[in-house]
Design a binder for this molecule. Structure first.
Ligand SMILES: [Zn+2]
Length: 283
């Protein structure tokens, strides 16, 4: 699933490519993951100007004129694809898209934005400001880890409110850090030499400080190379992220630890596969 670096990459590309354009037409091929009937969705959006694209955790928020917002979650395989600006054609399968192209936004300036989702877990919700506020409040997202206000003390206080929780699933629940998922939680715990099943209450200040530092570091490094395409992720230009080469543990079970050469192991934790080094990451 795309995590903060991947979603932020897409956001930056969308902001660059479609900000300031106007929606000329909306073609809905599949409305099953919209919050409104296709006709209403298209009607409301047609003629609206796109002011920009924000991100909160793994959620993209398109800001449009007339107090309209599109909330978009990529989930497992959702993709936005920007097509067709003159002089820099980035056509993938042409303007018709493929059978997984669920919504086509035809924009001013001959651009198109395609919403494509093979597995159909992703969604688009068209809401007003009140709807946006309500949705965000219900998610209980923690702080953005790349914001300056995200300090290790704040992270420690939040994590320790559930002292018995195991650190890895607690990182994934979004309440203390927004936007982190399996890839970056796994990597950060390895870098900080913390076993993924360690109860939060057993972590020292030093360990939490280190973990906080490693979370920020791995997210920044990944963002710098447009994220990880370990799963099905592509950015808005149809390109893969380049961070996979730098992964130390995620997807590397049975391979040797980059630090101590011990064979990496995989365990299930909170229903998710987790790779760790049994020597470097002791409880
Ligand atoms: Zn090791």
């Amino acid at each position: 699933m795309p995590e903060l670096p991947e979603v932020e990459t897409v956001r930056r590309q969308l902001e660059k490519e479609i900000k300031g354009t106007t929606v000329k037409e909306v073609v809905v091929n599949f409305a099953g993951r919209l919050n409104l009937p296709a006709k209403k969705f298209s009607q409301i959006l047609t003629g609206k100007k796109i002011f920009g694209v924000d991100r909160r955790a793994k959620l993209l928020v398109f800001k449009l004129s007339g107090n309209n917002f599109i909330l978009a979650h990529l989930k497992m395989s959702g993709r936005f694809i920007v097509l067709g600006r003159k002089g820099k054609e980035r056509e993938l399968k042409g303007r018709k898209g493929d059978k997984h192209t669920h919504v086509i936004f035809k924009l001013s300036g001959h651009e198109e934005l395609h919403w494509n989702d093979v597995r159909k877990f992703g969604f688009l919700k068209l809401v007003d400001a009140q709807g946006l506020e309500k949705y965000l409040a219900a998610q209980n997202y923690g702080p953005e880890p790349l914001d300056k206000s995200f300090t290790w003390q704040k992270m420690a206080m939040c994590l320790r409110s559930k002292p018995k929780a195991k650190i890895k699933p607690h990182l994934l629940d979004q309440t203390c850090i927004a936007g982190i998922g399996n890839i970056y939680a796994t990597e950060a715990l390895w870098s900080a030499k913390i076993h993924p099943a360690t109860p939060v209450g057993k972590l020292s200040d030093e360990q939490i400080k280190k973990l906080h530092q490693e979370i920020i570091s791995v997210l920044k490094k990944s963002l710098a190379v447009n994220g990880t395409s370990a799963d099905a992720y592509f950015d808005a230009y149809g390109e893969k992220g380049d961070f996979e080469k730098q992964l130390k543990v995620y997807g590397r079970e049975e391979k040797s630890c980059a630090r101590c050469r011990t064979k990496l192991e995989k365990m299930k934790l909170g229903g998710r596969g987790t790779v760790f080094c049994p020597k470097c990451q002791k409880i």
